[in-house]
Design a protein around this ligand. Sequence first.
Ligand SMILES: NC(=O)c1ccc[n+]([C@@H]2O[C@H](COP(=O)([O-])OP(=O)(O)OC[C@H]3O[C@@H](n4cnc5c(N)ncnc54)[C@H](OP(=O)(O)O)[C@@H]3O)[C@@H](O)[C@H]2O)c1
Length: 249
Amino acid sequence: MDITNRTVFIAGGTTGIGAGLARRLTAAGSTVVVGGRSAGGDADLESVRLDVTDPASVLRARDEVLDRHPDLDLVVTMAGVMRTEDLRDPAHAADAEHTVAVNLLGTLRVLDAFTPHLVEQGHGDFLTVTSGIAFMPFPLMATYGATKAAVHSYSESLREHLAGTGVGVTELVPPAVATAGQEQLNPAALPLDDYLDEAIALLTQEPTPREVVVERAQRLRWAERDGTYAELLEQRSRSLGVLRQDDGR
Ligand SMILES: NC(=O)c1ccc[n+]([C@@H]2O[C@H](COP(=O)([O-])OP(=O)(O)OC[C@H]3O[C@@H](n4cnc5c(N)ncnc54)[C@H](OP(=O)(O)O)[C@@H]3O)[C@@H](O)[C@H]2O)c1
């Protein structure tokens, strides 16, 4: 994929990986607008206000972006939340519903909002964002994993629906990256710049890959194929000990 001359909207680009990607794409020569609830907080980035849980907000943001940039040709569905949940406590439902609203429904809304424009234009790309956790659960973040697995499946279907229209679908599959508090929670998280270096090198290959899976995400992405799934799931389930310590179970 060429990234030197694109007009890009990153839904969920106000912080973290999205903001980092926005800077890299801008440095490569593209024009980038980021969207999020905290739009305007970063004077370096052109932004629009966007809450993906609100269908009207998504359509307003879409109209604003297309008014300013009628040649938009790359849309990134980066908006996401990562919450831990205790599934023994039904009170987790509020976190689960919010996670579905942002990560799954929010992604679908953004894709739907921009599909007519890209199809009518006859060229462009969607970049969806899942996680290694889409392919190998991290049980402490159960709904997060479920939404990312859903976005993976949806991306596969969307690519087939759009075949022949000139609009491509590529899925970013990040491993743990040192953003959004992962810096503190997970010392093994990949520094953002290292992630972006590797992800962009893969993304810009020709032909554009269907999935961008950096080295660190490979063992999660391919655990089932590699026969390591059960062992990794058992290892990753040890994180649930945090919940048991909290309540003495
Ligand atoms: N960091 C990791 O370890 C990791 C690993 C795998 C996948 N990912 C995925 O990468 C993406 C970015 O994560 P990150 O680590 O960069 O986290 P982050 O810094 O918290 O960024 C999340 C982005 O989503 C936006 N967002 C959240 N709720 C929103 C809403 N209701 N409407 C619109 N935008 C919303 C935030 O903007 P506002 O707050 O301004 O609304 C922010 O721009 C997420 O999809 C995440 O699941 C991250």
